[in-house]
Write a protein that binds this ligand. Structure first.
Ligand SMILES: NC(=O)c1ccc[n+]([C@@H]2O[C@H](COP(=O)([O-])OP(=O)(O)OC[C@H]3O[C@@H](n4cnc5c(N)ncnc54)[C@H](OP(=O)(O)O)[C@@H]3O)[C@@H](O)[C@H]2O)c1
Length: 250
């Protein structure tokens, strides 16, 4: 018996990296999962295949969550497929790193839309059915840089800090309805998002991390599954750092 049996979940940006690990871990614990992607269809299908091969339940759904209409369709797809939405994980995100002096308006808007507006879009669509069901779990993926700031990431750090403030505010709005809203703030996790960083920067991050290594997507997923489960029923509005202690050094 899994701790998330009979739950249904939407994971945004679940075609690869951290979102993939979250979808697989939620399904392993019994949840029926909607694996959202925007452009990586084959990878998303492979995630669904991995879940169903292991005896779990999952469907794939294409949606650009930076668009309100598509985010709404994603939430509806979960309710259509599984009858309800218990868990929403806002994981989709992207970066356009550069110093402010050379950051274009498009660099700013792309990151704000994919990393922050997407959270607004999906939460807005999810909250009404969760209120009707008198319960739900929302877990938003922020970042250590949303807490510490990072040169070259004014757009991304602002979006991720925005996710934390959004989370606290929504947690206050919906707490009386039995809905919890929390953040997970990963440190450095090797994925397509971070593989582009130069080696010296990666070494610097490892050195600054008290645990002396990078994290894994699965280690982030375990924290998300905890916050998504019944055992976290009295936790809301928090940001759980999964960063090997990196945030303490900044
Ligand atoms: N890796 C790290 O070290 C790290 C650290 C802190 C926080 N994070 C956060 O963790 C989350 C996952 O990051 P990752 O490292 O796993 O990145 P990744 O490997 O680049 O994966 C990003 C995922 O987001 C999806 N996505 C991007 N824009 C989307 C949109 N508009 N609509 C729907 N899906 C969209 C991508 O889907 P498609 O490919 O289908 O477009 C992909 O599945 C992000 O929010 C990131 O900011 C990562």
């Amino acid at each position: 018996m899994g701790t998330l049996d009979n739950k249904s979940a939407v994971v945004t940006g679940a075609s690869r990296g951290i979102g993939r690990a979250i979808a697989i871990d939620l399904a392993r614990r019994g949840a029926a999962v909607v694996v959202n992607y925007n452009s990586s269809e084959a990878a998303a299908q492979e995630v669904v295949q991995a879940i169903t091969d292991a005896g779990g339940r999952a469907i794939v759904f294409k949606a650009d969550v930076s668009r309100a209409d598509e985010a709404g369709a994603l939430i509806k797809a979960c309710i259509d497929a599984y009858g309800k939405l218990d868990i929403l994980v806002n994981n989709a995100g992207t970066t356009r790193d550069t110093l402010l002096m050379s950051m274009s308006e498009a660099d700013w808007d792309t990151v704000m839309n994919a990393d922050l507006k997407s959270v607004f879009n999906c939460c807005k669509a999810a909250v009404r059915p969760m209120i009707r069901a008198r319960g739900g779990r929302i877990v938003n993926i922020s970042s250590v840089v949303g807490l510490s700031g990072q040169a070259g990431q004014t757009n991304y750090a602002a979006a991720k800090a925005g996710v934390i403030a959004f989370t606290k505010s929504l947690a206050k709005e919906v707490g009386s309805r039995g809905i919890t809203v929390n953040c997970v703030a990963p440190g450095f996790i090797p994925t397509a998002l971070t593989n582009v960083l130069p080696d010296d920067q990666k070494q610097g991050i490892t050195k600054a991390t008290p645990l002396g290594r990078f994290g894994t997507p699965e280690e982030v997923a375990y924290a998300v599954s905890f916050l998504a489960g019944d055992e976290a029923a009295f936790i809301t509005g928090v940001t759980l750092s999964v960063d090997g202690g990196l945030v303490m050094q900044s």
